[in-house]
Design a protein around this ligand. Structure first.
Ligand code: NAD
Length: 249
């Protein structure tokens, strides 16, 4: 795990991932680098980790400081160790459906859906948000399960009309309490990916839970919903990477 700089939220995420590794018996190595680390220095470290047989998975916590190009860094991680599934090779594999690693947050959402006994086949699935790490891969995974998928974003016209049509609604917007109960179809399954800090010790999602839970058949809480699933899926990808790398030897 590489963390550049001291963003407090990133520190919490890295710490939670470290605890999960300890819990399941994965050895984790932390590289806590100062904010002024150069792109070259970071790339050198990634290069070393890429060729270190002791390392099965590499995670570089985003966001990176402004002087470092995130795309260059993501592209530098060996696809076989890219347990976040951000490398273009792994992104491309998600498009075709022939993938080793699934990005952790969308994978966690799919796991929640599956474990709740919800079948998305033939259902109207609406994803609000089109980021590369959540919205887009989320839409692909729902499509692979034969959902009829609509992706909404900041320029979508008549958003509520689209969300009210959703049997399965995934919110990944980053705006506190953005989706209200009256934007949800009665009986819908609502997955809230958002993590928004509204006070020093208060996190809320992108869905207004109080109004939404009255309408939805099932809804995930924040905190305690998608967040822990994301970490669980990271562990799964890391185990997969280790198994795959050892098979090849
Ligand atoms: P992002 O900022 O990259 O993307 C947000 C998306 O929301 C954009 O695609 C944008 O088009 C859309 N959007 C913005 N305003 C909108 C509007 N008014 N109407 C409709 N769409 C709008 O964010 P992200 O990285 O995808 O993360 C989204 C949220 O999920 C954040 O709260 C983030 O903290 C959270 N997140 C949670 C986890 C987890 O493990 N639970 C993981 C990653 C991100």
């Amino acid at each position: 795990m590489i963390l550049v700089g001291d963003d407090p939220a990133s520190k919490v995420y890295v710490n939670n991932k470290k605890k999960a590794c300890e819990y399941i018996g994965i050895k984790s190595f932390e590289y806590l680098l100062p904010a002024e680390t150069s792109e070259t220095e970071l790339l050198e470290l990634i290069d070393r980790l890429n060729s270190d047989p002791e390392v099965s998975g590499i995670l570089c916590q985003l966001p990176l400081p402004g002087h470092i190009d995130e795309t260059v860094v993501i592209n530098a991680i060996a696809p076989s160790k890219d347990v976040d599934a951000f490398h273009p090779v792994n992104v491309g594999k998600i498009m075709t459906g022939d993938y080793d690693f699934v990005p952790c947050t969308p994978a966690g959402v799919m796991e929640l859906i599956k474990e709740s006994g919800v079948d998305v086949e033939g259902k109207e699935c609406v994803v609000v948000g089109r980021s590369n790490i959540v919205g887009k891969p989320m839409a692909m995974l729902l499509l692979h399960k034969n959902g009829t998928v609509t992706i909404c974003h900041s320029r979508t016209a008549n958003l509520a009309e689209k969300t009210k049509n959703a049997d399965v609604l995934v919110a990944a917007v980053g705006i506190p309490n953005f989706i209200k109960g009256d934007m949800i179809k009665p009986g819908a399954v609502v997955i809230d990916v958002g993590i928004n800090r509204v006070a020093p010790k208060k996190l809320v999602g992108d869905v207004e839970f109080e109004t939404a839970e009255k309408v939805a058949a099932a809804i995930t809480p924040v905190p305690g919903g998608v967040g822990p699933m994301t970490i669980a899926m990271l562990m799964k990808n890391t185990v997969k990477a280790a198994v795959k790398q050892n098979e090849c030897e």
